[in-house]
Design a binder for this molecule. Structure first.
Ligand SMILES: [Zn+2]
Length: 232
């Protein structure tokens, strides 16, 4: 009876404040959380976490010695995932990143290679960008992973010292130059051989996560793995 009442109340609220699917913008039904059933079904899940030799890992080969690397979704032009990333980054809906982080965490925790991770480190934003956006979408993604995997999220390990220019329109080589040496290790004490999962929203060239991984590997006795919400 109570759940029936909740449903009636939610439907009533939805007439005035309709909730939209984060991927296609359609009005969500009562039982749909953040994404409609059709999008959930059609989203291009990569399943990269199921095998080490995947496209995200290959993208980082020879650039940083990471243990494992994976991306949850494939980002294509004019797609559901592109809209999702836009909502997360530019339309003040970072909770969508947390939602997908949680879903991904439920998958990662079942994979042996990800079970000995000790902490999750989101790629930090420069403080100027953080001020402008008001949140770090990678932190939200990491928060979802953290909840699902029962592994602490650590924002006290890396800091972004350079506000890089927008990468739009720059060549692959330029982008690498642009993001080299952009992070600093905060000096946090960590146990030896700690396994750190660096997380970011989108992997394009991989230069950002490579820079973050190299900073950690240089400063701490650690192993680094990488997980991103999407891969371009
Ligand atoms: Zn949808």
């Amino acid at each position: 009876m109570k759940s029936e009442l909740n449903k009636v109340f939610s439907d009533f609220i939805a007439i005035f404040f309709p909730r939209e699917c984060g991927c296609c913008g359609c009005v969500l039904k009562y039982q749909e959380k953040f994404v409609c059933t059709a999008c959930d079904f059609h989203l291009p899940y990569t399943n990269f976490h199921e095998y080490s030799d995947n496209d995200t890992a290959r993208q980082l080969w020879g650039k940083a010695p990471v243990e494992e690397a994976c991306s949850f979704l494939l980002l294509q032009k004019d797609s559901r995932v592109e809209r999702l990333i836009y909502q997360i980054k530019y339309n003040n809906q970072p909770f969508l990143a947390e939602y997908f982080g949680y879903l991904y965490g439920l998958k990662l925790i079942k994979i042996k290679a990800y079970q000995d991770i000790n902490c999750i480190v989101p790629v930090p934003l420069h403080r100027s960008k953080f001020r402008k956006r008001g949140y770090n979408q990678s932190t939200y993604f990491g928060r979802g992973l953290s909840r699902a995997m029962g592994i602490p999220l650590r924002e006290d390990i890396l800091v972004r010292k350079k506000a890089t220019m927008s990468q739009t329109g720059k060549g692959r080589i330029d982008r690498y130059d642009n993001v080299s040496d952009i992070f600093d290790y905060k000096g946090t004490m960590l146990p030896a051989n700690v396994h750190i999962l660096v997380v970011d929203d989108v992997l394009t060239t991989g230069a950002t996560v490579v820079s973050a991984a190299l900073t950690l590997l240089d400063a701490v006795d650690c192993r680094v793995s990488v997980a991103t919400l999407a891969r371009a």
